[in-house]
Design a protein around this ligand. Structure first.
Ligand code: AMO
Length: 435
């Protein structure tokens, strides 16, 4: 087995001579004594150098190496009452792996605020800050919790194509690519594929994977590539069953993060608020009234929009609820795969909103072949373009429903981050393609 680097937090006073590897975070020279703060993934160690006790060349090297240089330092562990972890290392040797250039593109420990653009342009450096890294450690835990919960509930993890021949979520946000002389697209969602699986007997599936949207809006919650957590399952009697399943996963994630992500939450100074289940279900009509009472002036059928969602969020916050569903949107505003609520202008669709922002959409699907084909045509699309999908409804398709959750939005809202880009390692948007 390859040896892992020594975790600084495991070093003890009676370890004797140790070799520790990391980044030189800071150096302080006080004449007769100098200090280096050496950082690894887990914390910081103090390297203490009383000038008289350290070999001259070693002293010179260690006190002049630029910040962020990567080294291995060998030395003796001593007790110290000056450091947070109660120990320090008196060095006897150093190996330089990679000397950092100066000046640094941005500081790692400086207190001055750095613009988000500078941080994203130098993400490798930004991620050296424990508080930036903590977000991604929590995101990793979040994904693990999702997988655990879905497997416990009998779902099979699947992978559907990300290069596709037709869009699922409307033409406006399709990225077209050239595919051996014919047009293809980057998948906006696994929607059509997860539904096709419902006809196979793999009747509870979930997927975690990238989704692509050519979003022309530059907002703090839209990016062009995000991670979608999709679920789809059969034999539902109504869309409320789907909402209850989402709630089960979100609850598992919230509790799991609060318990297993303590260290990272502490670094971030955040707490996870658990909301008791069931989460409230508001109808679109109720929300329309809430936003119009607040003076927004929307008509029946209008999209609630960012402003409307915010108003509903404030309204629900007063009731002590961060998470709530908004259900039964106008059918005309929803995609072709959503089931209409017969005899009404509404549909069996819903969004899950978190602190005034949509983090998920879902619903009961139209599983009846004739009605599905009619609905595709009604929404102005050509059913012939979708036979690869509708064929799966022709020969026996159970009633089913599902959802798509934006994982990046979920972590953003959970940690109250001001911008979705904070929760994405290398975000993609209209203006950002590098790094
Ligand atoms: P929808 O288009 O609402 O539904 O997307 C589902 C969820 O994905 C996230 N999301 C985004 N996150 C960041 N940037 C974007 N540009 C972006 N677009 C969407 C949101 C959103 O709630 N197939 C349906 C889901 C279903 O019915 O199963 C769908 O894709 O959090």
């Amino acid at each position: 087995m390859t040896a892992l680097n020594r975790d600084f937090s495991t070093i003890k006073v009676d370890d004797g001579i140790v070799t520790v590897k990391g980044w030189i975070q800071d150096t302080r020279n006080l004449g007769g004594i100098s200090f280096v703060q050496l950082r690894d993934r887990f914390g910081v160690l103090q390297i203490t150098m009383p000038k008289k006790k350290i070999e001259e060349n070693l002293f010179k090297t260690l006190t002049t190496l630029p910040r962020e240089t990567v080294v291995a330092i060998t030395g003796e562990v001593k007790e110290s009452n000056q450091t947070a972890n109660g120990l320090e290392i008196i060095p006897s040797a150093v190996e330089i792996y990679s000397e950092a250039a100066t000046p640094l593109p941005m500081g790692v420990i400086d207190k001055v605020g750095v613009e988000m653009d500078t941080r994203l342009n130098n993400r490798f450096m930004d991620l050296r800050k424990p508080e930036t890294r903590a977000i991604f450690e929590l995101k990793s835990l979040m994904v693990r919790l999702i997988v655990e919960c879905m497997e416990e509930n009998g779902f099979t993890q699947v992978y559907t194509p990300k290069i596709v021949g037709s869009g699922a979520e409307g033409g406006a946000t399709l990225f077209q690519i050239e595919y051996f002389g014919r047009p293809a697209y980057l998948a906006q969602s696994p929607q059509l594929y997860k539904q096709m699986l419902m006809s196979t007997g793999l009747d509870r599936v979930f997927e975690l994977g990238p989704a692509f949207r050519a979003e022309k809006s530059n907002t703090n919650r839209h990016v062009t590539e995000f991670i979608s957590f999709d679920g789809e399952f059969c034999w539902i009697k109504d869309q409320v069953e789907v909402m209850r399943m989402i709630e089960t996963v979100i609850d598992y994630v919230l509790r799991g993060l609060a318990e297993r992500g303590k260290k990272q939450l502490e670094i971030l100074g955040k707490e996870i608020k658990i909301q008791e289940r069931p989460y409230p279900i508001l109808t679109y009509e109720q929300c329309l009234k809430i936003v119009n009472d607040a003076g927004l002036g929307l008509k029946d059928g209008d999209d609630l929009g960012t402003e409307g969602e915010k108003i509903v969020g404030e309204y629900m916050a007063k009731e002590g609820k961060d998470l709530y569903f908004i259900s039964e949107y106008p059918e005309i505003a929803k995609p072709f795969y959503i089931m209409e609520k017969d005899g009404t202008p509404y549909s069996y669709s819903f969004d899950l909103d978190y602190k005034g922002q949509e983090i998920s959409s879902g619903g009961q699907r139209e599983h009846r072949f004739d009605k599905l084909v009619a609905r595709i045509a009604k929404l102005g699309l050509n059913p012939d373009d979708f036979t690869f999908y509708t064929d799966a409804f022709k020969y026996g398709m159970p009633p089913h429903g599902g959802w798509g959750i934006g994982v990046d939005r979920l972590i953003t809202k959970m940690l109250d981050l001001p911008n979705i880009r904070e929760g994405i390692l290398f975000p993609r948007d209209m203006s950002r393609l590098l790094p």
